[in-house]
Design a binder for this molecule. Structure first.
Ligand SMILES: C[S@@+](CC[C@H](N)C(=O)[O-])C[C@H]1O[C@@H](n2cnc3c(N)ncnc32)[C@H](O)[C@@H]1O
Length: 302
């Protein structure tokens, strides 16, 4: 199935109209849905796109042919944002967006090992290198495994599931997504939500997803020009919490009551453009089930 961009109109509404000359960064190129819409919105936008998944290179090559110098692709993690832009002699940009879920290309290709519904090797590496899900599931100590499942999956049965995994691998290496799913199913009485949560937890660990996001937020705000926007679409509560907290820190003015002493807190450099996270409409969810947990938050430099 082709990847359907999530909250696309909502994200686009924060990209300025008109013919202004702007540089925008799309941290998560994927199938190019956001990148295309942004490039088509204004002919004077130059767009720099990041993606660490080598599978998207072909689409990036097509974009290069179609958009020429207006499009630059960087095949690296977005946590290299500042360093990668510096190499291009760019120190300021007008917008940075990121859509940090996994894409349909990940889920639909069983050989990538992301899907608990299709049999595939236990891989889950977006960048195709480094530690795989198989390494984590087979080599990590039981307690660390339990913490990953508990903290990144918010799974109540983490302890028991980690124990079952540790017991199983004494007799045989866990090699496939189906094998892992069976172990979780047996322990949780076929609770598909537990399976989802464990797969999510392992995927977050394999790709250091929270570390990537955390490292990037601070760099992003340092790069923004006045009126520049930062927009993040996240898909689970751990990421959304991190984004919310960060955006509140840089943009939310404290409200003082007359009973509190005045502080010397400086005015904030950013404005919150989304006081509450923007969620997909019912219509979007009906059309694209994968959008259901998406949350968009946006700030703008004053
Ligand atoms: C949900 S998809 C983006 C889809 C895109 N907005 C579109 O409309 O086609 C997320 C993409 O971000 C990439 N990605 C995730 N984490 C990344 C990271 N830390 N650095 C670079 N790319 C990353 C994934 O490989 C995936 O292709």
């Amino acid at each position: 199935m082709e990847h359907i961009p999530v909250l696309l109109n909502e994200v686009l509404s924060f990209i300025p109209d008109g013919n202004e000359k702007l540089t925008i960064v799309d941290c998560t190129f994927g199938a190019g849905g956001y990148s295309r819409a942004i490039l088509e919105k204004n002919p004077n936008i130059s767009l720099i796109a990041f993606d660490r998944d080598p599978y998207v290179q072909k689409t990036a090559d097509q974009f290069k042919k179609e958009f020429g110098n207006r499009f630059t692709f960087i095949a690296k993690p977005f946590s290299t944002l500042k360093e990668s832009l510096n190499k291009l002699k760019i120190s300021n940009v007008d917008g940075i967006i990121a859509d940090i879920g996994i894409s349909s290309m990940h889920i639909d290709h069983a050989e990538r090992g992301f899907s608990y519904q299709n049999d595939g090797p236990l891989d889950m590496r977006m960048s195709q290198d480094g530690t795989s899900a198989k390494d984590i599931v087979n080599l990590m100590g039981e307690e660390d495994l339990r913490n990953i499942i508990k903290n990144y999956g918010e799974e109540k049965a983490a302890k028991g599931i980690a124990r079952k995994i540790a017991e199983y691998r004494l007799t045989k290496e866990i090699e496939t997504t189906t094998e892992l799913r069976k172990i979780i199913d047996e322990h949780t009485n076929n609770n598909v939500k537990s399976v989802m949560r464990v797969f999510q937890a392992i995927r977050i660990a394999v790709n250091d997803e929270l570390g990537e996001l955390n490292a990037t937020l601070q760099q992003a705000v340092e790069l923004l020009n006045p009126k520049g926007i930062l927009g993040i679409v996240s898909f689970h509560s751990l990421e959304d919490r991190m984004v919310k907290q960060f955006m509140n820190d840089v943009a939310k003015e404290k409200s003082f009551s007359r009973y509190q002493p005045e502080t010397d807190e400086k005015p904030k450099d950013f404005t919150l453009l989304t006081t509450k996270a923007v969620k997909p409409s019912k219509k979007e969810i009906e059309y694209n089930q994968r959008a259901r947990s998406a949350r968009l938050r946006v700030i703008r430099r004053k």
